[in-house]
Ligand binder design. Structure first.
Ligand code: SF4
Length: 281
């Protein structure tokens, strides 16, 4: 066993393992820093990440009660303003009785724990719990690709497992949970919604626990490199794996017929806008 007993699984690190076990090993076990690189694609990714971070901050500030007008006035990037206006249009159509922005929960996962950081958990007046996640990806992905993402597996699972703690007066069934991704670069048809049920919850528990146990059973050095070399094209560790020196550009990746998952939104999901709001269950 190479992971510590206090290792915490997340949608990001589980997704990294699924995409490439070696990437998981380098990133979370060996804590390998990114090899220095100042190439254009990396700067392009950093710029995207910067804009996405600003957008998520604005949404968090809005959901925390700051006035819309003041927030709009504070924006100095047209893309961020456009995304924020699309978010506002979406949000104005919702009706919630309780909201939990940037909410983090920790739940048991076999012998380990898992953390989920929600952009927004929201309870509707008829006691449905909505998981809302803002995405700044350049295009809305196919539903089949999103349904397999570890975020889509872990987030409803962790919400249901922990809901009795932050909603102690409400008895939630799996069927009352719903997860929606909102793609704010699109003004119309910009959501993907996934319903939940008891069977899905049991499957998710089994899959998550199996994955955690599989990772825990591997020794350092035994984490294989992915067979899908397209993933290496934009991976920051490619020079360590002798799979190329230069990063692919974002436009290369977006143009590929079967687009690998470069999920800047996943990186954004790991950022904290308010420290100390994690609730461990
Ligand atoms: S370069 Fe490829 S094999 Fe190496 S960690 Fe990245 S994705 Fe995995």
């Amino acid at each position: 066993m190479t992971i510590n007993p206090d290792f915490v699984f997340s949608a990001n690190n589980l997704q990294d393992y699924q995409d490439c076990p070696r990437r998981f090993e380098l990133k979370y076990l060996l804590k390998q820093r990114w090899p220095a690189e100042e190439s254009e694609p990396v700067l392009e990714w950093e710029h995207e990440l910067e804009l996405g971070t600003r957008f998520h901050q604005l949404v968090y500030q809005y959901l925390s009660g700051l006035p819309e007008e003041a927030l709009l006035e504070s924006i100095n990037d047209p893309d961020v303003e456009s995304w924020f206006r699309i978010f506002l249009a979406f949000y104005s159509q919702q009706e919630f009785s309780q909201t939990f922005p940037e909410f983090r929960v920790r739940v048991p996962l076999g012998d380990y724990q898992a953390v989920a950081v929600y952009d927004l958990l929201a309870l509707t007046p008829d006691n449905r719990l909505l998981i809302l996640d803002w995405k700044t990806a350049k295009k809305k992905p196919q539903r089949s690709k999103v349904s397999d993402r570890m975020q889509t597996v872990l987030y409803p699972f962790a919400a249901l497992e922990s809901a009795h703690n932050f909603l102690p007066d409400i008895s939630l069934s799996p069927e009352s949970i719903e997860m929606t991704y909102v793609y704010v670069r699109q003004a119309l048809e910009n959501t993907l919604t996934f319903n939940y049920d008891a069977q899905k919850h049991a499957e998710n528990r089994s899959n998550l626990e199996t994955l955690a146990a599989e990772i825990a059973a591997l020794e350092l050095g035994d984490f294989p490199l992915t067979d899908d070399k397209r993933r290496c094209k934009y991976c920051v560790y490619r020079s360590l794996c002798e799979r190329g020196e230069n990063a692919g550009s974002l436009s290369d990746i977006e143009g590929m017929e079967t687009e690998p998952e470069l999920d800047l939104d996943a990186l954004l999901g790991s950022l904290d806008f308010e420290a100390g709001d994690e609730i461990a269950f």
